[in-house]
Design a protein. Structure first.
Length: 519
């Protein structure tokens, strides 16, 4: 068919019109895209505006997030007194969901310690939160006194209290004058910015509620690890309307005075872990009874502490390090936290008894430096002195254990100096709730053994406990656990979880030599 000239004109005009509309559409799309891209530097939740940021520490892979500083009264009792007292800033971060339209509720990571900062430690456990991030933002609040929330930094305390360096704890406990001097120096440093008596769990719970309300009062899915489980239980007891679900990983029952059972729990875990070696023919033949050998090593060091030339694992620089019975206890305790480092212990102890202390001490920096760099000793004292110290009692039966009563005696001495307030009267009452709760324990946990989870479970009406065979302290990252947590947060039905995948877990076999577990 032949097109008439007039038709060409009409067609041309139509194309011009379409082109004009297309140009307008592209222009509007470009502007909209530019607005989204420029707006990606900010996130608005409720009354809170957060800016794009990077979280983590120098020793970890960083994570992209949105951060802000949130102001609260240091003493929450001042909140109704015209805010006359000091105000402090909390570091708050949101790790965005992968969903275009995430759920209204937030998943909230509550860090351990006490003394850990959520924004510092989250990258280490970010993989465990991948399933919940499919539909939820993750809220991180550095607990007051840690990280970016007016940290109670005292280098001397941070190097003793939470480096887990028991030899230094023992020295300070035996030299009360030195300890008191150290504490007074620390207080002189931090009193210009903080009053340590207002840095307890109870204060942190009120902080979290203030942040939640400012974010628009979303429901929270609390995920606490270790000490963070204490924070979760205390928050849920006081603000149940703000909670949708709770995950307690390696939990602390409210009834426990932190530190009271550390020596006993470590001893039980060591016996169980070394029993696995004796049950394996090659390991038994190579090392015999590793628990008995550890006690021989401890007795030898009590009679005569020793030194060894050790290469720094990062710089390879040789230095001489002392090995005392207290340092041995601190090292062994950290080895037992994780199944893979636990697998090294029979070999390390065997070598030490032959006079080769370098392998044992050579791992010290690797197993302790990252812990100490992320823990805030001053905040740990504020928590311990307010909530637990008056309940701690030295146990004669623990004198001959690896840890003894060193930690208990340290806190008893330190809390005579460190400012603190009385805890709430119901603080150590069992946590009773009908909220959905998932409890996670590790069979070989040297800090919070499975019986703690069982105790918590007994007071809850809508809870399930999952025990991970062969695992140590903190199981949120173990195998299928992240998916189980993701399913629990999605459905709120812990009892319906298919947890058969946990039956495949076991403790890593002990290293028979420096090449691994093979004979």
């Amino acid at each position: 068919m032949r097109i008439k000239p007039s038709h060409w004109v009409v067609l041309l005009l139509a194309l011009v019109a379409i082109g004009s509309q297309l140009i307008k559409y592209i222009d509007r799309w470009s502007k909209a895209t530019a607005s989204v891209e420029s707006g990606s530097d900010q996130l608005q939740l409720g009354q809170v505006t957060l800016q794009s940021c990077t979280i983590g520490t120098a020793t970890q892979a960083s994570v992209q997030a949105y951060c802000t500083e949130f102001e609260v009264p240091e003493n929450h009792a001042d909140a109704h007194a015209d805010n006359q007292g000091r105000r402090i800033k909390l570091k708050v971060a949101i790790v965005k969901s992968e969903a275009a339209k995430p759920g209204d509720d937030l998943v909230t990571f509550l860090d351990g310690g006490p003394g850990g900062a959520a924004t510092d430690d989250y990258p280490a456990v970010a993989g465990a939160f991948a399933p919940v991030r499919r539909q939820h933002h993750v809220l991180l609040v550095d607990q007051r006194g840690t990280g970016g929330s007016n940290a109670l930094d005292c280098p001397q305390l941070d190097a003793t209290t939470y480096k887990q360096s028991a030899d230094q704890l023992g020295q300070l406990t035996n030299d009360k004058a030195k300890m008191h001097s150290l504490l007074r120096d620390c207080l002189a440093e931090i009193r210009s910015k903080a009053d340590p008596q207002f840095y307890s769990t109870t204060d942190a719970v009120h902080d979290l509620e203030a942040v939640r309300r400012a974010l628009g009062s979303p429901k929270l899915n609390l995920v606490g690890i270790s000490y963070g489980t204490r924070v979760a239980q205390q928050y849920a007891a006081r603000f149940p309307e703000g909670v949708r679900s709770i995950v307690l990983d390696s939990p602390v029952p409210n009834s426990l005075a932190l530190g009271q059972e550390h020596a006993r729990n470590l001893e039980d875990a060591l016996k169980a872990q070394f029993a696995l070696c004796r049950a394996q023919a090659e390991c038994r033949q190579r090392f015999g009874d590793s628990y008995a050998q550890l006690k021989i090593l401890q007795a030898r060091l009590r009679e005569q502490p020793t030194t060894a030339q050790v290469a720094d694992p990062n710089t390879f620089h040789l230095s001489e390090r002392a090995l005392t019975p207290e340092r041995l206890a601190g090292l062994v305790r950290l080895y037992t936290y994780n199944g893979y480092t636990s697998a090294l212990m029979p070999l390390m102890i065997h070598e030490a008894l032959k006079g080769n202390y370098a392998p044992l001490l050579g791992q010290e920096q690797l197993v302790t430096s990252d812990v100490s760099s992320r823990m805030t000793g001053g905040m740990g004292l504020s928590v311990g002195c307010s909530e637990d110290a008056d309940l701690l009692t030295s146990n004669e039966a623990d004198r001959d254990t690896l840890m003894g009563n060193t930690m208990i005696e340290f806190f008893q001495t330190a809390c005579a100096i460190w400012p603190h307030r009385a805890r709430p009267a119901d603080f150590h009452q069992p946590f009773k709730s009908a909220l959905p709760v998932l409890i996670l324990t590790g069979e070989l946990d040297p800090v919070t053994p499975p019986r703690y989870g069982t105790e918590i479970l007994s007071a809850l009406s809508n809870a399930r406990l999952l025990n991970a065979p062969g695992q140590g302290h903190g199981i949120l990252m173990v195998r299928c656990v992240p998916e189980l947590v993701g399913e629990f947060v999605k459905t709120l039905n812990g009892k319906a979880l298919d947890a058969k995948c946990l039956e495949k877990l076991h403790a890593p076999p002990a290293f028979l030599n420096y090449n691994g577990a093979a004979p």
